[in-house]
Design a protein around this ligand. Structure first.
Ligand code: 2AM
Length: 171
């Protein structure tokens, strides 16, 4: 199964992110991520075996995530495949430390895939029709977090559906 570790926004922040997604969609077109799918990926694990998935569920249920606040104050994009995202203007040291700590542990589970560059972001649009407009208001949100989710990504005809398999305790 295909898994990733992510921060899941609390309901109020999810709503704000949904509003940004609407504004971005009006400008850039493409496929708007549904509100229930909005997240910030800390580690994309790809395909893992059932045995590994069971170990990961146990691990996440005991994991402590140091509480933090991530400021979302910038728009960004990945040219392929037309991803428009909201994230931080500058790298967030606490998220960087968390991501490195997670990958140290994941490599202990025999998982590979640590990326060379970590750009924390929340994807709002996929396959945007253009990425060159500058008419959007600058975002200004704060994401207060103290836990993460282990999420399964299930492919279906219109994209992916995400199901949380485990959630770390609140710290
Ligand atoms: P994205 O939103 O920028 O596409 C589930 O697919 C999550 O894992 C998404 O947040 C996705 O980021 C992220 N991800 C990171 N690397 C990936 C990869 N190689 N394939 C698919 N998703 C990846």
């Amino acid at each position: 199964m295909r898994l990733f570790l992510a921060l899941v926004p609390p309901p109020e922040l999810r709503e704000r992110l949904g509003e940004l997604a609407d504004a971005a969609h009006a400008h850039y077109g493409g496929r708007r991520m549904p509100d229930e799918s909005l997240h910030q990926t800390l580690a994309f694990l790809g395909e893992v075996s059932d045995v590994q998935a069971t170990e990961l569920v146990d691990w996440v249920r005991r994991l402590t995530v140091p509480p933090g606040e991530w400021r979302l104050d910038a728009w960004g994009h990945f040219r392929r495949p037309g991803i428009l995202w909201v994230g931080g203007h500058s790298p967030d040291p606490a998220l960087g430390r968390l991501q490195r700590r997670l990958w140290d542990a994941l490599e202990g589970f025999g998982l590979a895939g640590r990326p060379t560059r970590f750009v924390p972001h929340v994807t709002l649009l996929r396959r945007a029709e253009r990425l060159d407009a500058h008419g959007l208001p600058t975002p200004d949100l704060v994401w207060v977090y103290n836990r993460l989710d282990l999420i399964q990504s299930i492919n279906h005809d219109r994209g992916s559906r995400y199901v949380s398999l485990a959630r770390s305790p609140e710290s």
